[in-house]
Design a protein around this ligand. Structure first.
Ligand code: AMP
Length: 300
C-alpha cells in the first residue's frame, strides 16, 4: 500500500573521529525513503534549491521512489546540515544547520499522493508537517518524527500535531525534552496523553521501545562492530518499520513487532557506511538473513 513521506532533503557534512565527508546526500526523508523502499513503494515530498545535484534525484528514482513531489525552489539553496560524532559514535553535536529553502517550505502534495494510506512526517518543521495533514485524506496511519530544534521553537504547533497523529517516533533525549520526564516509559505514557495512540522511543545503540495503551515491546539494537557513520539511523529505523507496515496493509501486535525488527535491521546496515553507501550495496535478501540472526539472538 502507498507510503508517503514528507521531510528534509539535505546536503550534509559529516565528521566522525576517523573521517570527514562533505556534500553527502542526506536528510530525514532521504534516509527514510531509502530504507522503506526495500518493503513498499514510496512517494516523497520535499524541497531543494538550485544547487541540488541532478544525479541525487536519480539515486531516488533508481530505487523506484516517486519524486513527483520534490519542489526545486528557484534561486534557493538546499538545506545543509553539519554534524560531528563523538568518540562513542552515538553522541553527536550539530555544528551547523542552514535551513535555507526548508525554512519557509509550504508543501503541495501532488493529487495522487493525497490519498496515501500510510503517512510519515519525517523530521522537519512542525508547521510543514501540519500543512501536510491538511492535504491528506483518509490515511489509515499517520506517524511523525521530531527533534530538539522543533521542540524548542515550535512547541505550540507540535502540541497541535500530536492531537492529529497516530504515532510519534523520537529519541530518548527528545522524550525528556518534550515531557520533562527522564524515564522513557513514563515520558512515552505522558506523550500519549497529548494525543498519539503509540510512541516509539529510539535509544541508539541501546535499541528501541514501543509503547501503546496495552502493549510494550522492547528491542535491542543489532550489534555492529565497525560503525562508520550513524547519520540517518533513526530515519532508516522509521523507514524499515513503516515500509514493512505499509507492505502488510494492516496493523496488529505481531506486525508491529516484526516492523520494529525490520527497522532495527535496516538501521544496522545504514550505520555501516557513509551516508547511503551501505543501503545501496544490500538487497532485501541481506535484510532477511540478518533478521534471522537477530531472531536467534533475542529468542528467549
Ligand atoms: P538522524 O541521524 O536519523 O537524526 O538523521 C540525520 C539527518 O537528518 C541528516 O541527514 C540531516 O540532514 C537531517 N536533519 C538534521 N537536522 C534536521 C532538522 N532540524 N530538520 C530536518 N532534518 C534534519
Amino acid at each position: 500500500m502507498s507510503l508517503l513521506v514528507v521531510g528534509s532533503l539535505a546536503i550534509d557534512t559529516i565528521e566522525t573521529p576517523q573521517d570527514r565527508r562533505e556534500n553527502v546526500l542526506g536528510g530525514s526523508a532521504t534516509h527514510f525513503a531509502h530504507a522503506a523502499c526495500f518493503f513498499s513503494p514510496v512517494q516523497l515530498v520535499g524541497v531543494v534549491g538550485e544547487d541540488w545535484p541532478e544525479e541525487y534525484t536519480r539515486f531516488f528514482e533508481n530505487r523506484n521512489i516517486d519524486m513527483t513531489g520534490m519542489e526545486v525552489q528557484k534561486g534557493g539553496k538546499t538545506f545543509r546540515w553539519t554534524g560531528k560524532y563523538l568518540e562513542n559514535m552515538d553522541d553527536r553535536e550539530t555544528l551547523e544547520t542552514q535551513l535555507n529553502v526548508l525554512g519557509d517550505f509550504v508543501p503541495k502534495l501532488p493529487e495522487m499522493f493525497r490519498r496515501a494510506q500510510f503517512v510519515f512526517l519525517a523530521n522537519g518543521s512542525t508547521k510543514t508537517q501540519l500543512k501536510v495533514l491538511e492535504q491528506t485524506q483518509g490515511a489509515s496511519m499517520v506517524v511523525a518524527d521530531t527533534m530538539n530544534l522543533w521542540i524548542h521553537h515550535e512547541r505550540p504547533e507540535l502540541m497541535e500535531l500530536l492531537k492529529q497523529i497516530d504515532g510519534l517516533i523520537l529519541n530518548d533525549s527528545e522524550t525528556k525534552l518534550l515531557t520533562g520526564e527522564s524515564n522513557a516509559y513514563v515520558a512515552a505514557k505522558k506523550i500519549m496523553e497529548f494525543g498519539p495512540k503509540f510512541v516509539v522511543v529510539k535509544k541508539g545503540a541501546n535499541g528501541a521501545m514501543f509503547v501503546s495503551e496495552y502493549e510494550i515491546y522492547l528491542l535491542p539494537a543489532f550489534p555492529i562492530l565497525n560503525v562508520i557513520d550513524p547519520t540517518g539511523a533513526g530515519d532508516s529505523f522509521a523507514g524499515g518499520m513503516m515500509g514493512y507496515i505499509a507492505s502488510q496493509g494492516e496493523v496488529n501486535g505481531e506486525i508491529i513487532k516484526r516492523a520494529l525488527a525490520y527497522g532495527t535491521i535496516v538501521a544496522s546496515f545504514q550505520i555501516e557506511g557513509f551516508g547511503l553507501d551501505k543501503l545501496y550495496e544490500i538487497t532485501r535478501e541481506d535484510i532477511e538473513k540478518r533478521l534471522e540472526q537477530f531472531r536467534k539472538m533475542i529468542n528467549l
